[in-house]
Design a protein around this ligand. Structure first.
Ligand SMILES: [Zn+2]
Length: 105
């Protein structure tokens, strides 16, 4: 898994689990960058390229999971990438796809 794969991780789910993001079915919710936000000034969606992006309507900025992490956690881009790779990439423990030869059909 590289950075492109990480940007294709469902950002809505990530934001929900990690930052307590609450949103409607369209991905709009309270801005994570400007709490407390009573309006739905924030949106998360998946682009046609498969990459998930967010938009903050306060500042009119968009970005990926990396940018969101940078903004919310106040860390640098390098650290954000490193953490995400650690979180999802598991570089030490390579996961081998175990194929089940006996299909239950
Ligand atoms: Zn905002």
């Amino acid at each position: 898994m590289d950075l492109t794969d990480i940007k294709k991780i469902n950002l809505t789910e990530y934001a929900k689990n990690r930052y307590g993001y609450k949103c409607d079915s369209k991905g709009s919710g309270s801005c994570l960058l400007h709490p407390p936000d009573k309006h739905k000034s924030f949106s998360i969606w998946q682009g046609v390229d498969g990459i998930w992006r967010f938009k903050c309507f306060h500042e009119g900025i968009t970005g990926t999971i990396v940018d969101l992490k940078i903004r919310i956690e106040g860390i640098g881009e390098k650290d954000a990438c490193k953490e995400l790779l650690k979180e999802f990439g598991n570089p030490q423990k390579k996961q081998t796809a175990t194929k089940n030869p006996a299909k239950g059909k």
